[in-house]
Design a protein around this ligand. Sequence first.
Ligand code: PLP
Length: 453
Amino acid sequence: MKEKLKYERPIITKINAGVTDKFGMRPKMPAIKEIDGVPVDTIIEKYGSPTFVISEKTIRDTLKEAKRAFTTRYPKVKFAWSYKTNYLNAVCKIFHDEGSWAEVVSGFEYDKALANGVPGNQIIFNGPDKSKEDLIKAAENGSYIHIDHFDELYDIISISETTTKRPKVAIRVNMDTGIYPQWDRFGFNYENGEAWNALNRIMMSDKLELTGLHTHIGTYMMTPEPYAVAASKLAELAVRLERKFNHKIKYIDMGGGFASKNTLKGAYLPGKDTFPGFDKYAEAVSNALINSELDPNEMPVLFLETGRALIDDAGYITGSVLANKRLANGRRSMIIDTGVNMLFTSFWYEHEIYPAKDVSSHAEDTTIYGPLCMNIDVIRSAVKFPLLQKGDKYVIKRTGAYNMTQWMQFITLRPKIILIDTQGNTHVIRENETNESLTSHEKVPEHLNKPKK
Ligand SMILES: *Cc1c(COP(=O)(O)O)cnc(C)c1O
């Protein structure tokens, strides 16, 4: 018997490529010949193919834009850089130089922030995995510990018996913001009373200093409304604390999660058209806080842990075409030297890829593969793309978020990462891997070390 065909969700995508412009001409895919004034050819000649590129100017400009949106609407605003989004030291230091604190989610990231010169009292420590040693260190350094669950709360109460400082804590709150599936695995739930219960325990224990309330409602949130709901719920908890304990918290931390301009797979419109802009998010959050019952004379500081939306645009990959070939059905395919091992986000984004030189207006439906000998190594499954030859160069846009932390060493060695500073000078900020650097972590037992017969 023949098997029933599997149901596949239909996807409607707006086709831009191939539609004529207003003069009846076919639009040509634009070329990206340089990044911040540095020619792509120069980058590849000097640093190899492929190379990851980070634009310092874009990082600074994007953060300034986000800050402007929030500080013009709310009196006290602070950004804390989300380390897991991109924890290259050079990148973190640019954010810290602009005044951002550090937001970390592991002991490893915590130590990295300290080593980057961030004072302990400017580190926010999130996440479900903090060891007792981590907690003691964070308490002694005066860092802000955001409690994830009751077991952690009891750990902190127990270490507070011996630490010289009173631990500064906040709780992470999860809640229904109208976005499903709800992120309820982190923190204490608002609707079922767990969050209020945790706050009461902290206040009653007298061992901890309750400094704030935290939430992080999701990632790549395309609409600002859920932030308004979340901010209202946190404000409501803060007001209840004031009424019951006469205790004012210092800050409300709205976490991260703003969308970037990348296009999600299956989206109808390109991400650069659907990104709401920082102003919309800022409007939603500040309205909710300002219109709440919070004491207008002592409004809490608003913290933002924006990751993706601040760094995605600053990252590029420059590389070369390895080959072109026809698939069995005649479809064109192109193999490039960037694989999913280094472009992790290609699993959920339709990354924009451009030629690095002028091309003809002829474009053909193309599948773009990476160099790995693995079926999953697809960078774009279908894109109208001009014909590039072996050795021609390309640029992939918006690769700054999560790739340089989630990439994996697999089949090929990871390339160099360079920074283009605001003067247009290039600097290597992470060396490429070598056989030696990789095998330095390996050990071979004595009995396998004999020379081959
Ligand atoms: C990952 C994370 C962020 C950053 O999220 P983006 O979606 O990249 O903005 C902020 N806060 C916490 C607690 C996180 O886990």
